[in-house]
Design a protein around this ligand. Structure first.
Ligand SMILES: NC(=O)c1ccc[n+]([C@@H]2O[C@H](COP(=O)([O-])OP(=O)(O)OC[C@H]3O[C@@H](n4cnc5c(N)ncnc54)[C@H](O)[C@@H]3O)[C@@H](O)[C@H]2O)c1
Length: 353
């Protein structure tokens, strides 16, 4: 039997999904969990048979021999915990967004490179079978040249803490709506997913100019009622012009007075495709529309956690959703955040992965 990776997870909210995938993976020994809420970590450890539980992550990194760790905590803690793990020679799967500041993201990517360790961001939309099939169609040239991608994650009511059960799996922490801990609101939470999906399906072209705006938070009365302080955006819309001439448009919001809408549409010179829900290939035959549903290619993708494990075990596997790609996305998010403050457009340097 080949070497098993010794794994740990920090954070047991979304972290429980990381932990359950590691626990089910024959290539992994899930040896430790850590959460400030130790009873919750103990409960999850009981479910999964994990021997060590901590409420102090540095203690865990120092006392348990680890190969990989998932960092699944509020966004402002991604950088310090990832840097501490990389310093100790541990590969990191970090939750999205990579960090709350570009400087932190740069430090994380630089240290992973210096240490020759894997750093992946859990941009899990890339691991959806329909999205992965459309990405392959783009790579195979089925769409011709991709010149425009537009996507949206527009919720009617889906603001963390306000609209999610505080004892549930997701969206429960008040930190989601606090700028110093989250780095932003819907832009950093779900905007990061749809922006990354659009950028990935465009073929990851280098972004050169960003024009955007953030949406006002109109739910302060509800925050006050629930005694939660909220000071972040309720969403954003932006256009990104890329080096190869392609254009990306995305929009994301936690709350709106409009029906839910989740979409991602890829426009190519030969054909078009929609991912995320609709899954259609738009093409013509003898000048007439010959559209057909996209059937996901069986086995085209594993889940993000399994992909990370495989990429750590086999250095020849190209990491999907690498730290470097996550940093490009963070630079775009930062430009939109800035536009939300001063209304200015941003020109980015050649900073693509
Ligand atoms: N990829 C996805 O689709 C997805 C979905 C949900 C959340 N997330 C990301 O996962 C991360 C965590 O989100 P969540 O929904 O689990 O939040 P959460 O608030 O539900 O859980 C965070 C957990 O981290 C723990 N924690 C906080 N500080 C800690 C510390 N210093 N040491 C140890 N534990 C600490 C908290 O006690 C809490 O249990 C965020 O970055 C979020 O953006 C990603």
């Amino acid at each position: 039997m080949a070497k098993k990776l010794k794994a740990a997870v920090i954070g047991t909210g979304m972290g429980r999904f990381h932990a359950r995938s590691y626990a089910a993976n024959k290539k992994v020994d899930l040896v430790a969990l850590c959460d400030l809420n130790k009873p919750e970590a103990e409960w999850l450890a009981g479910e999964l048979g994990v021997p060590h539980v901590f409420d102090n992550y540095a203690q865990m990194l120092d006392s348990v021999k680890l190969d990989i760790v998932s960092v699944v905590v509020p966004n402002h803690l991604h950088a310090p915990m990832t840097l501490d793990a990389l310093e100790r020679g541990i590969h990191v799967l970090c939750e999205k967004p990579l960090a709350t500041t570009v400087a932190d993201g740069e430090a994380m990517v630089a240290l992973a490179e210096k240490q020759n360790l894997r750093l992946m961001v859990n941009l899990c939309s890339r691991f959806d079978p329909v999205n992965a099939t459309v990405a392959k169609m783009v790579r195979d040239g089925d769409l011709g040249e991709v010149y425009y991608v537009r996507g949206g994650m527009m919720r009617r009511r889906g603001t963390p803490r306000l609209d999610f059960d505080s004892s549930g799996d997701l969206g429960r922490g008040a930190w989601f709506v606090q700028a110093e801990k989250a780095g932003g609101g819907a832009l950093m939470d779900i905007g990061v997913h749809i922006l990354d999906l659009c950028w990935w399906l465009a073929g990851c072209p280098a972004p050169v100019a960003v024009s955007g705006a953030t949406f006002p938070d109109f739910r302060q009365a509800e925050f006050a009622k629930q005694k939660v302080r909220g000071d972040v955006d309720n969403g954003a819309a932006a256009t990104i012009r890329c080096e190869n001439g392609a254009q990306i448009f995305f929009e994301a919001t936690w709350a709106s007075n409009m029906k839910d809408e989740h979409y991602c549409k890829v426009y190519g010179t030969k054909a078009g495709a929609s991912a995320m829900g609709e899954a259609m290939f738009y093409t013509t035959k003898a000048g007439k529309p010959a559209d057909k549903p996209i059937t996901p290619i069986p086995g085209i993708t594993k889940d993000s956690y399994e992909h990370f494990v495989d990429a750590v075990l086999d250095p020849s596997i190209e990491l999907n959703a690498s730290g470097a790609g996550g940093l490009t996305i963070l630079r775009i998010l930062d430009a939109i955040r800035q536009a939300g403050r001063d209304g200015a457009d941003t020109y980015l340097c050649d900073c693509c992965c």
